[in-house]
Ligand binder design. Sequence first.
Ligand code: WQD
Length: 335
Amino acid sequence: MKKILVTGGLGFIGSHTVVELQNKGFEVVIIDDLSNSKIDVLENITEITGIKPLFHEIDLRVKADVTSFFDTNKVDGVIHFAAFKAVGESIQKPLAYYENNIGSLVYLLQEMKNRNIDHFIFCSSCTVYGQADALPINENAPVKKAESTYGNTKQIGEEIIAESCKAYNMNAIALRYFNPIGAHESIKIGELPLGVPQNLIPFITQTAAGLRKELSVFGADYDTSDGTAVRDYIHVVDLAKAHIAALERLINKKNKANFEFFNVGTGIGSSVLEVITAFEKATGKPLNYKIVGRREGDIVAAYADTTIANKELNWKTEKSLEAALAAAWKWQQQQ
Ligand code: WQD
């Protein structure tokens, strides 16, 4: 049985990936510093799978602690989620973002290199494409200059991994996520946004729950079918499964280059108004919303061409937008 380190394994995508790893028979050890997650998630994962993952509360910025973890734990691969992820905050606190998102990555790769641990999966983002010139976005689309420090940490992160793979003959896959949403069907794990949500779906569910007065739809004058911005919303369980597919590709030596990257989305673009309609249909809850001006920094439209990921990872999404929104709503109601 392979043992996999999942950093940030108590977070939104990390926790769902731990469940899928355990379902596939992997042994999991989690590192999380609890800076944006709760320890209860460990128990909730255990309730879903019947297996308690190993857990270490470690801040990956502390190099000595990272070394000491690897001194005492033998792992066969690493899935690295632990990172700061707030786009706006990253522009206010660039050094904190570089220290955490880049520093931790370097420490992990150093330990892996020193111990010949070969399999590394990195959480990257469709933000690397910026506003792509063509839709849907495939992996050959150019990486554009990042508009935020957060986005830059993902671009630099991919470069660090690519160079390390080449120099040290390691193997890694970066998954470029589109917009992850939803919750596990057990409704035991889901997204726990701190404070006022910045992302569309948690804002919708909190509005439907009466915690927010109304949803502001940022811009209805875009060049899209109904004027609102378009994104590719992927169910978090489908996204989690892409990590297992990527890991198995590396373990089975099916990768075609030391460093590969794949777009992980559904291939379907949905406008903000389409998401609102789908939410109302999936939950029967009418949503209070109003159209306001555009949000600074937003792109018009992004959705994935999933052809390469579907073929190479032998993976595809299975869940609908409605299913993801219904799960997000059940999760909200249970909070
Ligand atoms: C979606 C759409 C908004 C809130 C995400 C992540 C970011 C990066 C890229 C990971 C947009 C609109 C939103 C609201 C709205 N991911 N909206 N009212 O901007 O695609 O960014 O993907 O690397 O970290 O956040 O996602 O959910 O913020 O917005 O109208 O109150 O919903 O303008 O068109 P976005 P989002």
